[in-house]
Design a protein around this ligand. Structure first.
Ligand SMILES: [Fe+2]
Length: 386
């Protein structure tokens, strides 16, 4: 099997790497970037730190700070118009996955026109747009290194997956110091998202030896540090490990794809506005239990990489430990069930057929070791409801 690998062309990784921004833009020949961010990053001082680095250089920047959580086609359309009409030669996204995903979609739309839904998987994106430098401020989505963006269609509430080389940032700045101020819930949710990326990339039918190494490395970092990062927000070693784990997991799943957890998670997020990492975490233990019989050895490897296996124990027992750990992690990090999160049982039940069909249409379940039918997906949704 030949694996085709996509990654950014240039990356600066480490504490304080934000300072590399002006030099990086110069190396890439970008002199007029549009900075894409959200109101929180604009208000908390991080945007100012970035723009202060650019002032005094020849780089002339402007800011679009209207990105929203679960980015929508409405916001992307406004941003794309600004990008197309403002004479910009590139984008700098500063923020969580939402800002980075918004910038990617703006670039695609500015270059190709039409509607965002025209580029939904499995559609191809004809042309690459203005290049993106991605600067994550959360340790989670890995969007700074992936060839994916997820945009919610305002008309249908569907979370659309858009994929292609055109969505991969040209460069990334991965600076864990930007995550030191993340609140507990965001640290937990984004960390659980990246753990899900690593596990799904490893068990994916599209995994390769190249992505396996990245995924195992990421699982080890995240599983060993997620509780500390949540309990001690200023623990720099834990923050650094979580950031590295998130980016490495991003590189793994960008090239191996995610699987059933993500496929089922997007509709929960779209219809009930559950944060992405949280809806993944609600699903992860039960979906792992459903999938594991089809790839016992691969799931046992996950437990080994996470440091929770016993020496000499067989795959069956090791996978049982993995399931215990995933359930315990949800308990320790206070992940609610959909029911506990306040999702109405009647509305949930009513939407299950459309959620199952959107999950399957995203293509992600087809990468799962055990590929479910629509009815099995509905049963799994009922199982996790709580
Ligand atoms: Fe994710």
């Amino acid at each position: 099997m030949i694996a085709t690998i996509t990654t950014p062309r240039l990356m600066a990784v480490g504490g304080g790497a934000l300072a590399e921004l002006p030099g990086m833009l110069q190396r890439l020949g970008l002199a007029r970037p549009l900075i894409v961010t959200d109101p929180y990053i604009r208000g908390c001082g991080i945007l100012e730190r970035a723009t202060a680095l650019l002032d005094g250089t020849h780089i002339r920047w402007e800011v679009f700070a209207d990105t929203v959580p679960d980015p929508t086609t409405a916001v992307v359309e406004v941003g794309a118009r600004l990008l197309a009409e403002g004479g910009f030669d590139g984008l700098v996204a500063i923020g969580g996955g939402s800002s980075i995903d918004t910038a990617k979609a703006m670039s695609v739309l500015a270059a190709n026109g039409g509607q965002m839904r025209d580029y939904k998987v499995p559609a191809e994106i004809p042309k690459g747009g203005p290049p993106l430098v991605a600067i994550p401020t959360t340790a989670g989505t890995g969007s700074e290194v992936t060839r994916f963006t997820v945009i919610t269609d305002t008309a249908t509430d569907e979370k659309m997956l858009i994929a292609g080389l055109a969505c991969c940032p040209l460069a990334a700045i991965v600076d864990y110091e930007l995550t030191l101020t993340m609140p507990l819930r965001l640290t937990a949710d984004t960390g659980l998202d990246s753990l899900t990326h690593a596990i799904e990339a490893y068990v994916s039918r599209r995994a390769s030896p190249y992505t396996d190494g990245l995924a195992k490395n990421a699982m080890g970092l995240i599983a060993r540090h997620i509780r500390t990062a949540c309990a001690e927000p200023n623990n720099r070693a834990a923050r650094e490990a979580m950031m590295l784990g998130a980016t490495t997991a991003g590189m793994a799943f960008s090239n191996a794809s995610v699987a059933l957890v993500h496929g089922m998670s997007r509709p929960i997020g779209a219809f009930f506005h559950v944060p992405h990492g949280l809806s993944n975490a609600m699903l992860l233990p039960e979906i792992t239990a459903f999938s594991a019989p089809a790839a016992l050895d691969r799931y046992a490897d996950c437990a080994r990489s996470m440091g929770i296996a016993e020496e000499g124990e067989g795959s069956q027992g090791t996978v049982a430990r993995l399931l215990d750990e995933l359930r315990q992690l949800n308990q320790d990090l206070k992940v609610p069930t959909p029911h506990e999160w306040g999702i109405d049982a009647g509305r949930y039940e009513e939407l299950l057929p459309v959620m199952a069909s959107q999950a399957l249409a995203s293509g992600s379940p087809a990468n799962n070791p055990r590929v479910p039918t629509a009815d099995e997906i509905i049963t799994l949704y009922r199982r996790v409801y709580g």
